[in-house]
Ligand binder design. Sequence first.
Ligand code: ADE
Ligand code: ZN
Length: 324
Amino acid sequence: MPLKAELHCHIEGAAAPELVIRQAQKYGKDTSPYIQDGSFVWHDFTSFLAAYDFSSDLFRTEEDYARLADHYLTSLARDGAIYSEIFTSPDHAGNAGLSAKAYTDALGEGMARAKAKTGIEGRMIVTGVRNAGVESIEQAARFAARCGHPLVTGFGVAGDERMGDLEDYVRAFEIAREAGLGITVHAGELMGWESVEAALDHIRPARIGHGVRAIENPDLVRRIADEGVVLECCPSSNIALKVFDSFADHPFPALQAAGCKVTLNSDDPPYFWTSLKREYDIAAEHFSMNDKALAAVTRTAVEAAFVDRKTKAMLLGRLDVKGR
Ligand code: ADE
Ligand code: ZN
């Protein structure tokens, strides 16, 4: 199996049910509406977000967040990943009374612990959440722009795509862009190709979270290929959330064949009964990708990573050594 790299994972969404249960015991909460038989329970995007918000609320202290990041990056590294970008969400920490800075420093500490054990390199993409409103998204952008944390290298917007309009977030993205942060935005997951076009027109991102429903418009697919915009594809997430009926219907192979830069990601792994390793296994099984093709996907991810040139060269060097 080739080395792996991940660009799209929401750190609160990476907390395994066992860890969430432990946190619930610590804070005296009942997990039974959201976790049953060791598995998260939800049935559509709205109830997925409810379970996600419930679990996120159980991470409250700096040590809770440090442990979460450490657990996730360590598990990724054990599955052969050399690089991980996590979406962070200062809004969630704010609800627990933790400042954006304390939250970010804590996640950075967890990433440092994982790196010390395994060598995995990590970066953070601060995200605004659509369902929290425009002001909260701009606040997240201002924080990302001025926090100065060396591992914060990107800004993005996630959350319920059915809420708000991408044009509403232009100012937030401009704040982030001016600060030199990499730009990614969720689009084309719950909403159709029009949302991907709006993202390209208004936000001008380097990468799009999902973006897979661009497949509904061949002209748009061509534009994504021509502009070299990277798609952060999350096949298991899309199947679990019923964006597509089955892996056989997933457009990953078609987008790649059309010349789009595609990457493999786990999104919120335990909610979708997946892991980054499983996404690579799925691509091998359902998209007929051999090790060479999977190694090329990892290379695309590293090339699209929001990291300084020296780190990128080091990561690409690791891929070259493994490939030989
Ligand atoms: N936040 C966490 N997971 C998400 C997803 N799949 N889409 C949009 N927002 C999210
Ligand atoms: Zn996502």
